[in-house]
Write a protein that binds this ligand. Sequence first.
Ligand code: SAH
Ligand code: F3S
Length: 484
Amino acid sequence: MEQVEKVIDEKKQGKPLLIEQKEGNAKKLFIESYGCQMNMNDSEIVAAILAEEGFNTTGNIEEADLVLVNTCSIREKAETTVRNRLKKYNAVKKVNPKMKVGVLGCMAERLKAKFLEEEKIVDLVVGPDAYRDLPNLVEEVEAGRDAVNVILSKEETYADVSPVRLNSNGVSAFVSITRGCDNMCTFCVVPFTRGRERSRDPKSIIEEIRSMNDQNFKEITLLGQNVDSYLWYGGGLKKDFKKASEMAQATAVDFAQLLNMCATEFPKMRFRFSTSNPQDMTLDVIHVMAKHKNICKYIHLPIQSGSNRMLKAMNRLHTREEYLELIENIYKIVPEMNLSQDMIAGFCGETEEDHKDTLDLMEKVKYSFGFMFAYSERPGTLAAKKMEDDIPLATKKRRLQEIINLQQEHSLYRAKEHVGKIQEVLIEGTSKKNENEWKGRNTQNTVVVFPKENYKLGDFVNVKIEDCTTATLKGTAVGYSENN
Ligand code: SAH
Ligand code: F3S
């Protein structure tokens, strides 16, 4: 338990993930996760599967029987981080020769058995759809044989696996609703590493949330590569929906309906979702958001570039004009909505003019937050095959910096809009800077810190916002919110 306490509240990226120990489990699993929230959630699924096989998690790699690293391939840097981590494992193996090492996630899927040749330390390679096979694979490895399963599935959603919540603050949790992606943005490796898009049975989603509610969790983030394209019609791939029976088509559940179901069934819980691709977002979703107080008024709405020429080259199936129109309509329905972006600087063929279009679009939207990256060519993608990665690194970096600087200005502009208001904040933990202050988020996803007084972790509190920096609002509690 001491270990568990220690890692709570630290940034989870690349940190050992721990759970409370299951009695009678003798083997020790050290698992760490890189990349997106979906990977974190997958690691929780993996820990649940292996808990049934006698593994308890440990934060001390030197005592681990099995070391698993859940990997990300989205940019080259993400892969380099994992390779460096594997080098570190080599040193650990000298003091802990019994440990076996497995690679999970997107790099496992991308590199397959090649991993075993390239990284001698690796004994086990498991892709994102093959975690159910881990008990067999681990048995192979324990018998001294290497094991690989990178088969992608048309059905797997791990609907019936209850993830164990690793490093949880006990307040907010992630629930996966779709897996894979069918969008084929030309720069993106995800469709290759995570396979075709499939949605999870809404019943199993509601049941998982019910169990989180019973455990006193207060906030759920519904996760998918592309949540707005969620569609349940009895199982199978999204692309096969048209072939489904009339009955299945008539009773299908889309994302707006799923969101409505969740918010109605659990009125005391907060709901968030991520990520939305603008081309798949319907105003139905926005109307559902307007209808329910417990759906947070925040959308992560990546566009990647403000230039129509670039959007086309990226196979993003909308124009900047359509995107701006969508945002205008969103504000008409939910005026207090906050938006964030992902941007890629220096995609193939990007001119200064295209880059200016990105800055100009940002000026028009003034996002609250942003996640910004220099383009990184990924093997196997359409861009890698058909387009030249022709923007010099220095230019990519300069453009990226200009985008980041502008986003900083906009984040401050948006943060200031909250000052003077009283906002509901869910307490998620102690502020990193001051242990006498709580940290939480308002509905728009902006971090708020305020003096602790007698409030507790997991309380919904009304906070008067008095001041701000670019990323954080500061305030004072004025009482419990009606949701408490
Ligand atoms: N729909 C996904 C997007 C996954 S990738 C989600 O749920 O988040 C996250 C972000 O990484 C993308 O929006 C894009 O901005 C960035 N990205 C993806 N591929 C990239 C590449 N090859 N180079 C640089 N950035 C990339
Ligand atoms: Fe990647 Fe585009 Fe899907 S960014 S995850 S292919 S929506």
